[in-house]
Design a protein around this ligand. Structure first.
Ligand SMILES: Cc1cc2nc3c(=O)[nH]c(=O)nc-3n(C[C@H](O)[C@H](O)[C@H](O)COP(=O)(O)OP(=O)(O)OC[C@H]3O[C@@H](n4cnc5c(N)ncnc54)[C@H](O)[C@@H]3O)c2cc1C
Length: 374
């Protein structure tokens, strides 16, 4: 049996012509322009996407990438919150939130992790107590990316303290401007403010903000985590699909005379190429399974485990090649050096942690892919 068989449309396929014409008319599109054209989330139903099948989605992605167009990555909104509200939300929730989150008008954050609930997420202790037409929220979240900028958050809170720990959790859409919500920064090693501790002190959240059924939040949380892993490994950027790519590193290496006198760096670059090719094959395999309606994506954890290591190794290679001129004197970039490599280099340590640590990914692979006992 072949590993996969993917039918990719030819170069003169009319779908390619359509997107190329649009790109010619919109060479530098904004988020709203991509959304209006249906190219922000082509696989979504109208009016957000264009109901694109996996092959059409693939060629849209490919043509955008060829033209150097990167979609704005409102990752939490587009990849985690959006699909969930699309499938589990009410008509009112879809109408109210989807377009604004996809266009980037409203920023979203994810309020899952707590000081005592990271890998063991079902141990969340933040409480939501129903009182009339509100839930009163009390507790503390941590690591909340962009919570200080977000207008809304995906919130997990305990609604039944007596139920088994996976059963008493509910899933909410949280308005971040409600009285009683405060955030304090967690600074990155570069001093950037991207993460937060988020505190809830008698916050009155409208009951209409419940997503799905009360106490059924754990199954929705699992969907979000699966979407997160898929999102973190399905595009070619070295840091969870964002940022510089292997090809961009290769371009830099060529600009440096092809690393003629650096055999070890050449070896690492060649290994990076092998890994990038393997990742490409795994993405094609996922597409093949979807095309053949063969139970969807294949263990995104496997891809993520490889992608995270590959990202770290290539960002470390960048550091070794460019040393302080690349990391410290970042503005002195050679021509064509248009990516914030240093920032992604510093971020690379976090690839092992966010969205489920590398140990947890490997536990999942051991159990679900290899069939080993817990
Ligand atoms: C950059 C970044 C962004 C993040 N953004 C968000 C966000 O926006 N929203 C949000 O809610 N959270 C966010 N997180 C939190 C992230 O989901 C947690 O850090 C992660 O789930 C791990 O939880 P923890 O930090 O509590 O570590 P712990 O769960 O305490 O783990 C500590 C160590 O023990 C290991 N370990 C734990 N359990 C097991 C086990 N069963 N088997 C083997 N090893 C185990 C872990 O792998 C880890 O090495 C972010 C984290 C990072 C780094």
């Amino acid at each position: 049996m072949s590993l996969f068989s993917v039918r990719l449309p030819s170069e003169d396929d009319t779908r390619r012509e359509t997107i190329r014409k649009w790109i010619a008319d919109n060479p530098d599109p904004t988020g709203p322009q991509l959304l209006d054209a249906g190219y922000m989330v082509p696989h979504w139903p109208r009016p957000y996407g264009i109901d694109a099948d996996p092959t059409t989605t693939f060629i849209i992605d490919e043509e955008l990438a060829k033209a150097g167009i990167k979609r704005p990555r409102y990752r939490i909104a587009r990849d985690y919150a959006g699909p969930l509200i699309l499938t589990a939300g009410t008509d009112e929730q879809r109408e109210r939130y989807l377009r604004r989150m996809l266009s980037g008008e409203e920023i979203w954050c994810q309020l899952f992790s707590e000081p005592g609930a990271g890998s063991d997420l079902a141990a969340v202790r933040t409480t939501a107590v129903r009182r009339g037409d509100v839930y009163v929220i009390n507790g503390e979240k941590t690591w909340s990316s962009q919570a200080h900028l977000a207008s809304h958050g995906l919130l997990l809170a305990r609604t039944d303290p007596d139920a088994a720990k996976h059963r008493g959790i509910s899933y909410f859409i949280c308005n971040m401007d409600l009285p009683g919500i405060t955030t304090t920064p967690i600074l990155s090693m570069e001093g950037d403010h991207r993460w937060n501790n988020t505190y809830f002190d008698d916050v009155e959240l409208p009951a209409a903000n419940l997503l799905g059924q009360e106490n059924q939040g754990w199954s929705l949380a699992r969907v979000t985590l699966a979407n997160e892993r898929m999102s973190q490994s399905s595009t070619t950027g070295l840091a969870w699909g964002d940022g510089p790519t292997f090809d961009e590193l290769l371009r830099l290496a060529r600009m440096r005379g092809g690393l003629r006198d650096q055999p070890e760096a050449r070896r690492r670059l060649a290994q990076g190429y092998v890994d990038a090719e393997i990742l490409h094959v795994l993405r094609m395999r996922a597409l093949s399974r979807i095309q053949h309606q063969d139970s969807g994506d294949f263990a995104p954890e496997v891809r993520r485990a490889l992608a995270d290591r590959h990202g770290q190794e290539m960002l470390e290679l960048f550091r070794d090649l460019f040393e302080e001129s690349g990391i410290v004197e970042r503005p002195q970039h050679p021509a064509g050096y248009d990516v914030d490599w240093p920032s992604f280099y510093f971020f690379a340590r976090a690839l092992d942690l966010g969205g489920g640590t590398s140990e947890i990914q490997r536990n999942v692979i051991a159990q679900r892919v290899l069939g080993l006992p817990r």
